[in-house]
Design a protein around this ligand. Structure first.
Ligand SMILES: Nc1ncnc2c1ncn2[C@@H]1O[C@H](COP(=O)(O)OP(=O)(O)OP(=O)(O)O)[C@@H](O)[C@H]1O
Ligand SMILES: [Mg+2]
Length: 281
């Protein structure tokens, strides 16, 4: 238990960081892989409520890869991946939409609201704010090309915390839309609103080298080398690519964080000890 002077000290330690990020926009990708433990989910929600209540404009983009694969298996629909991206036929798109919008999105919104944030659930089809195009060979898995930031800017100006499910519309009428990798969705959104920072929360300590040691920072050249030799594989490929893309679109900082660590977000934002991997421009 902290003594009263220690509590005051802790609050004062946070002051420079609150000042630095007050009114700034931070896009947080909440990976499906980091959403497993109920106690951790609760702590994540506390962190978001705190960041939002001290004046940061938070946008959450969530994944749900594990749950989509689990339901697909139960329904006898085979889950298939190419370079860490899911291949979506019509049934997989329906399943992704059910799991992401119907289940995970509503759950995160409730959790955040229970902790005092003003969360609101949306997906890229709402107000047509994200439109994707097909990625060759991946069916209804799309690349989020067009993001209209108006809806998000209105929501964050009113102090809502938008919780975005990675589903996008299409510019073709009657098209069923696209399942989008959530890292790509977070990066497209962060770029479109020129976020100060984007954080990818996942289920590893960060990007690991061949011997499973944490790599604290990575340049574009490092990323290319590690992808080429297979060290960066599977779901980490879209993550590092998305981080680099956000940086080239004007986002100041991109971090990959361990969502299994309690209050990882507060540690990252309110302390100078960097956690996880920083991707450098
Ligand atoms: N070099 C690497 N360092 C760390 N993790 C890696 C590396 N290469 C591949 N991975 C894999 O990437 C995974 C993270 O991506 P994954 O897509 O599974 O999770 P997520 O993006 O957090 O969740 P979701 O896809 O549901 O949003 C890790 O669990 C790990 O298995
Ligand atoms: Mg992923």
């Amino acid at each position: 238990m902290q003594t009263k002077p220690q509590v005051v000290h802790t609050l004062l330690d946070a002051l420079p960081y609150i000042r630095k990020f007050y009114g700034e926009t931070i896009v947080i990708k909440y990976g499906g892989a980091a959403q497993i433990d109920p106690a951790l989910k609760d702590k994540f929600a506390q962190d978001i409520a705190l960041l939002s209540l001290v004046g940061m404009k938070i946008i959450i983009v969530h994944g749900g890869g594990k749950s989509i694969t689990e339901l697909s298996n139960r329904l006898g629909v085979k889950a298939e991946f190419v370079n860490g991206l899911r291949v979506s036929d019509k049934d997989s798109l329906r399943i992704a939409q059910m799991v992401l919008c119907g289940e995970i999105n509503t759950e995160i919104v409730s959790l955040l609201n229970d902790h005092g944030a003003k969360a609101i659930g949306i997906n890229g089809k709402d107000g047509g704010f994200v439109k994707a195009v097909a990625i060759e060979g991946l069916g209804y898995t799309g690349d989020p090309r067009e993001v209209n930031p108006d809806l998000l800017l209105k929501l964050i100006a009113d102090r809502f915390v938008p919780v975005v499910a990675p589903i996008a519309g299409s510019s073709e009428p009657t098209h069923p839309g696209f399942n989008v990798n959530a890292d790509a969705m977070a990066s497209a959104i962060a770029g479109a609103i020129r976020a100060k920072k984007t954080i990818f929360m996942t289920d590893t300590t960060g990007v690991l080298d061949k011997d499973k040691n944490l790599l604290r920072s990575l340049s574009r050249a490092d990323v290319e080398r590690l992808k080429a030799d297979g060290t960066i594989a599977g779901g980490m490929i879209p993550k590092v690519d998305s981080a680099l893309e956000a940086l080239s679109n004007g986002v100041d900082k991109a971090h990959i964080l361990d969502g299994r660590v309690e209050h990882a977000l507060l540690l990252e934002i309110f302390t100078s000890q960097g956690v996880g991997t920083e991707i450098l421009r």
